[in-house]
Design a protein around this ligand. Structure first.
Ligand code: SF4
Ligand code: SF4
Length: 396
């Protein structure tokens, strides 16, 4: 959970109230949003159709521009309301909340499976035997209580290697032939351009799931355009990262408008993107994000948002992965920066702590305190050593 200057825990809504007190918040103003989310929570009838849809690459599926990430979503009523609002894309993974994300999503979609495009993942380094991957998929299907998922994805590819793996291709092919998946894809947080280009080059992938936002635009943006052109569907994660990263900085408090909605609108304006997948565990967040994709936004408003992002760019982690492999002691710097965002930005302490404690002992930041000076060079000027030490103190 993020904290304000007084050290109090600050949620996404707290931040908006805080910002509204000091600056003009015009789009999705907190009071209006509260009314909308209250209405959503109480309404049992379907809402008027307002959700935009896009074609999901060569799958030809029509997916909602706002997709639902389910890492933290435990309340089935929120998933039901998302369906009512026209959300039809749902992403989960075998490891989210120890498998409970799949269990909860499956329960919520019971009786409404035909309204949802369901994506899950399998962990692999490209050398995992096909039979183990297929066993992992069977376990996911058991948790989801479904006979198939629409999309199975390599979880967090860090290089082109897994994407080009024949072992993986055998697993994908056998899963499709068994009718357990319809399409296959790859997710990536690091080395994204190489991973996306490998997915395009192999012609084996229907979709890529990438980190894309106003902070990362210059790096992954062109690869996303290439993917779209090649018929590879593009899902975007971490669209909200600039707002999460900037919420404690003055540049965002001066913004006219809701920075979370602007962050979504900024990604949604990219025609190469099929769906923006956002974790929405509450009615409040669902209301806010639904409003973002159904409310017109002007170029001037997006330019103002870009300006604020530019002002926080120096010293802010872009999750670019350029620090991967730089630490001579083997500290997994990029992974730890991402876990730090989950904790400080998303307020998801459970996930951040769990992921950090799963790192091999030598890969954590426990050794950073012994370093006279950090050897990692961050192109964005992030103070790596102090950031890692602080994260270790919070998550270890
Ligand atoms: S610390 Fe720097 S190099 Fe590492 S992911 Fe963040 S921005 Fe990129
Ligand atoms: S402070 Fe030292 S151990 Fe920590 S990341 Fe930098 S070089 Fe590696």
């Amino acid at each position: 959970m993020a904290r304000d200057e007084a050290g109090r825990e600050m949620t996404r809504r707290d931040f908006l109230r805080h910002a509204a007190a000091g600056a003009a918040l015009t789009v999705g103003a907190v009071s209006g949003l509260g009314e909308l989310s209250t209405a959503l929570a109480k309404t049992t009838e379907n809402q008027p159709a307002g959700m935009p849809y896009r074609i999901f690459g060569r799958t030809k599926e029509r997916v909602s521009l706002l997709g639902m990430g389910t890492i933290r979503t435990k309340n089935p009523a929120v998933i039901h309301k998302a369906l009512d609002l026209g959300v039809n894309f749902f992403d989960t993974a075998e490891c989210y909340r120890g498998g409970n994300s799949e269990i909860d999503l499956g329960k919520a979609l019971k009786g409404r499976r035909d309204q949802a495009f369901v994506a899950t993942k399998w962990h692999t380094n490209g050398r995992t035997p096909a039979k183990d991957l297929l066993a992992s998929l069977d376990e996911s299907l058991q948790r989801l209580k479904m006979d198939h998922v629409d999309l199975i994805q390599i979880h967090g590819a860090k290089s082109a290697g897994p994407v080009k793996s024949d072992e993986l291709w055998e697993a994908f092919t056998r899963a499709r032939e068994a009718g357990k998946v319809r399409f296959n894809g790859v997710t990536t947080h690091e080395n994204q351009v190489a991973v996306v280009r490998a997915a395009i080059e192999t012609k084996r992938y229907d979709a890529v799931f990438v980190v894309h936002n106003a902070l990362t635009a210059g790096t992954v943006g062109p690869a996303i355009a290439e993917a779209h052109k090649a018929g590879v569907g593009v899902m975007v994660m971490k669209a909200l990262a600039p707002a999460h990263q900037g919420k404690r900085l003055a540049a965002f408090r001066e913004l006219k408008g809701n920075p979370y909605q602007r962050a979504i609108q900024w990604v949604a304006k990219d025609p190469n993107v099929s769906t923006v997948v956002v974790d929405m565990p509450t009615f409040d967040e669902l209301a806010e994000d639904y409003q973002a994709v159904t409310t017109p936004v002007t170029s001037a408003q997006l330019e103002e948002f870009e300006g604020a992002v530019t002002r926080i760019a120096a010293g802010t982690c872009h999750l670019c992965g350029a620090c991967t492999g730089q630490c001579p002691a083997g500290v997994k710097v990029a992974d730890i920066m991402r876990f730090s965002l989950y904790h400080d930005g998303y307020g998801d302490r459970e996930r951040a702590v769990s992921l950090y404690r799963e790192l091999p002992p030598g890969a954590t930041a426990a050794v950073c305190g012994d370093c006279a000076s950090c050897r990692v060079v961050c192109p964005w000027g992030v103070p790596v050593k102090s950031q890692l030490e602080r994260t270790h103190a919070v998550l270890a």
